[in-house]
Design a protein around this ligand. Structure first.
Ligand code: SF4
Ligand code: SF4
Length: 416
């Protein structure tokens, strides 16, 4: 099928339901609030049970045939941030991916598993990550395709607020339907990563770093993430929150049992429920704030909850990343003061040089090239650093930590 006609199909088919449920920039309609389902699942041990619970979560949103028609190519946009084992809770668990693949196939769709991980986007790197994260095994068990298409496509985005055009992976634009499968995690830059943030992986390889450089302010970066979510328009999102990641996410945190699966045709609404589930006030999440500014679902009153009671499943004392609050000052000050604040009060990456192997992943992936390798150890020039924390996110050794000045810690303690 020609790309244009696929785009038309995506616009005219299942995506109509998204428009009607508030995913566009139109204000959500009171009578058409998007459904977000919440289903309990304690662990991934029993694949048959995972299949059943995932099916229940999706059935509460209308069932897979409402989103996938026979013959469609369906991209399962998973979170494959880096080469990690499923039990490290950094990537979407393969048991959840397998359950969604089976439902797509039962609906007559052709399932393709894909992501553009952090770092290089090439077939060799993808093969390694598929093997480590369990995606290869899912493909072997189900017959799902693993994506090796690394081509880029320039697309326009008239609805975009920050991005009127952007670079997307061809593996995203060539799909008839996109289903997002995020993992519930904390994030050093955006506080939380879930249904909206996972779609940043639709931007291939090094272009992600370019967007970090172009949008160093968190408000702008968050608006950009909302733009990307609106452009990619996932028909359905199924979140793996069975075991999430707390603390120094999205890669150096600790796995935390949450015991939940969430599903929704609306990624913005899903993020509201997911953050509420782990005790993060939705309004404090920059991407949800950005969604609110456009009239997109941003509060529990903007959606219809289905399945388990949120109150019964709420997680207490979910550990937040060490960066929490660092942008409070910058975001609430006039722009002319923000630069001064950025240099003096913001958190900064600290390279411990304890478990560092000299792999240079931080050096290669630093968007503004603020890192130099000296005697095979990274050294950062903080005057160039934009505090995107990609170095912390992508360090396989957890040798990069985020620290903030004591004065900020004291002020934040007073604010809490
Ligand atoms: S700090 Fe981490 S990413 Fe950077 S060189 Fe050392 S091990 Fe590699
Ligand atoms: S040093 Fe780290 S936090 Fe600073 S710009 Fe580079 S990757 Fe981002």
């Amino acid at each position: 099928m020609a790309k244009d006609s696929k785009e038309e199909l995506r616009s005219a088919g299942t995506l109509d339901s998204l428009r009607n449920t508030g995913i566009t920039q139109e204000a959500p309609q009171a009578t058409m609030k998007p459904i977000v389902s919440l289903v309990a699942l304690a662990d991934y041990d029993d694949q048959a049970l995972v299949d059943k619970r995932v099916r229940e979560a999706i059935n509460l949103c209308g069932g897979m045939p409402a989103f996938v028609r026979p013959g469609q190519r369906v991209l399962l946009k998973v979170n494959l941030l880096m080469r990690k084992r499923p039990e490290e809770a950094v990537t979407t668990h393969p048991a959840v991916v397998e359950a969604v693949v089976k439902l797509v196939q039962a609906a007559g769709g052709q399932a393709i598993i894909g992501d553009s991980p952090g770092g290089p986007f090439n077939p060799k790197q993808l093969a390694t990550i598929y093997r480590w994260t369990g995606m290869q095994r899912v493909a072997e068990r189900t017959g799902a395709e693993l994506n090796y298409d690394i081509a880029e496509v320039q697309v326009t985005h008239p609805e975009g607020r920050i991005l009127k055009g952007l670079t997307l992976g061809s593996y995203v634009t060539s799909a008839d339907v996109v289903i997002a499968l995020p993992k519930l995690k904390t994030h050093g830059l955006t506080l939380y990563t879930g249904a909206v943030k996972v779609l940043f992986g639709a931007v291939p390889g090094v272009h992600k770093a370019e967007y970090h450089v172009r949008m160093p302010r968190l408000d702008d970066f968050s608006d950009m993430l909302v733009d990307i979510a609106i452009r990619v328009r996932p028909a359905l999102t199924v979140m793996d929150a069975v075991v999430g990641l707390e603390g120094a996410g999205p890669s150096a945190g600790k796995p935390r049992a949450i015991g939940a699966l969430l599903a929704s045709p609306d990624p913005f609404a899903l993020d509201v429920v997911a953050t509420s589930l782990v005790g993060i006030e939705p309004g404090k999440v920059p991407t949800i704030e950005a969604a609110a500014r456009r009239g997109l679902p941003a509060a529990l009153t903007d959606l219809t909850a289905a399945g388990e009671s949120l109150e019964n499943m709420r997680i207490l004392r979910f550990a937040l990343p060490p960066t929490v609050g660092i942008d409070f000052f910058e975001r609430h000050l006039p722009r002319f003061l923000a630069g001064w604040v950025r240099e003096r009060l913001r958190a900064r990456p600290v390279f411990l040089h304890v478990s560092c192997t000299g792999c240079a992943a931080c050096y290669r992936n630093c968007p503004p090239q603020a890192i130099q390798m000296v005697n095979q150890r990274p050294e950062v020039d903080l005057s160039k650093c934009i505090r995107c924390f990609c170095c912390q996110e992508l360090c396989p050794q957890k040798d990069v930590v985020i620290r903030r000045p004591w004065v900020v810690q004291a002020l934040l303690r007073q604010r809490q």
